[in-house]
Design a protein around this ligand. Structure first.
Ligand code: NAD
Length: 335
């Protein structure tokens, strides 16, 4: 162990958020690292209490600590406050959304041996939040693509591929229809690819990608996508490895990083001790790696694998009957 001390902003979030967040804290604390969690909540619950879904103190806490662990936050559909996630990612410029998708032992799935990485641009495209009514009955929603953000995310994907022993980056697009916006994205990807000759590069149209993924997800390596495509494809990919309860993620910027699962607040199972905490626990392992605590990260991962392989403490989404807290205890005791 490094002997260092870390203060981490903890955002429990909404729905199952507090349950999976406390499960993750339980497991991360079991590593023996000197971790201090500074709880600063955000989301629909905070909106109800404080009139703000993302209070300034949450942003200040993350800016100070540089690292956050976040549970899912709920966003009203079609109306109400802006998504805390979009706000957080844009305000802190967490431009890279990194989502590893790996088959884990003991988890039933139609697919074996899936090992792919989703790299999603996190700050622009159709998530610019620029929408307006042109005239009643006509709405315009602006898709913003810039050379700067596209080049930056492409660099992130290629550098990730190089440092993590990956072989190929596939840029995903719809430039046959959105010739200018997705065309610019592709130009940037091609330019960055030229500087990384050891990594193979190809381009796949997003609809064709979905079909090819469903036929055989093991054919892909690193997927490089704009914001909306990345959002949709991430959930599709979670389905290859046992569902949303298994898919971890990270939002990474130059100054700070927020670690959170792919899944949302799952209101259908909230407060029932039914949520699978593994996605957030694995996000926590990614956080430890980010902090260069590699041994602790490996111990967390191995503990998750051991509990899954044993198959006794498994949540309902994976066909088991164990509760969130029991799973957390089982993993923590192996850490
Ligand atoms: P969801 O991911 O919350 O749920 C989809 C399905 O997956 C549900 O059946 C749910 O029970 C199940 N599920 C999700 N996580 C699970 C887990 N850990 N264990 C077991 N089952 C799990 O998606 P949704 O229903 O579309 O969205 C609900 C809310 O979450 C919305 O308000 C949405 O805006 C928000 N959301 C937040 C984030 C985030 O904060 N990063 C991401 C996605 C959605």
């Amino acid at each position: 162990m490094s002997g260092k001390s870390y203060t981490i902003t903890l955002i429990p979030g909404d729905g199952i958020g507090p349950e999976v967040a406390s499960a993750a804290v339980r497991v991360l604390t079991a590593t023996g690292l000197d971790l201090h969690f500074e709880t600063e909540n955000a989301g629909a619950g905070t909106m109800g209490k404080e009139g703000k879904a993302l209070p300034l103190r949450v942003l200040e806490s993350i800016r100070k600590n540089k690292v956050a662990l976040k549970g899912p936050t709920a966003t009203p559909i079609g109306t109400g406050h802006r998504s805390v996630n979009v706000e957080l990612r844009k305000t802190l410029d967490l431009y890279a959304n990194l989502r590893p998708v790996r088959t884990l032992p003991g988890v039933k799935s139609r697919y074996d041996g899936v090992d792919l990485i989703v790299v999603r641009e996190n700050t622009e495209s159709l998530y610019s939040g620029l929408e307006h009514v042109v005239v009643p009955g006509v709405v315009e929603s602006l898709k913003i693509i810039t050379e700067k953000a596209s080049t930056r995310i492409a660099r992130f994907a290629f550098e990730y591929a190089e440092t993590n022993g990956r072989k190929r980056v596939s840029a995903i697009h719809k430039a046959n229809i959105m010739k200018l916006s997705d065309g610019l994205f592709l130009d940037c990807c091609r330019n960055v690819a030229k500087g990384h000759p050891t990594i193979a590069y190809d381009e796949v149209i997003v609809d064709a990608l979905c079909m090819q993924l469903v036929l055989d997800p093991t054919k892909f390596d690193v997927l490089l996508l704009e914001n909306l495509y990345g959002d949709i494809v991430s959930d599709l990919c979670a389905g290859f490895i046992g569902g949303l309860g298994m898919a971890p993620g990270a939002n990474i910027g130059e100054d700070s990083a927020v670690f959170e699962a792919v899944h949302g607040s799952a209101p259908d199972i909230a407060g029932k001790n039914l949520a699978n905490p593994i996605a957030l626990i694995l996000s926590g392992a990614m956080m430890l790696e980010h902090l260069h605590e590699l041994d602790a990260a490996t111990r967390v991962r191995k503990a998750v694998l051991a509990v899954l392989a044993e198959g006794k403490k498994v949540s309902r989404d994976l066909g088991g009957t164990a509760g969130t807290t029991e799973i957390a205890e089982a993993i923590a005791s192996r850490v």
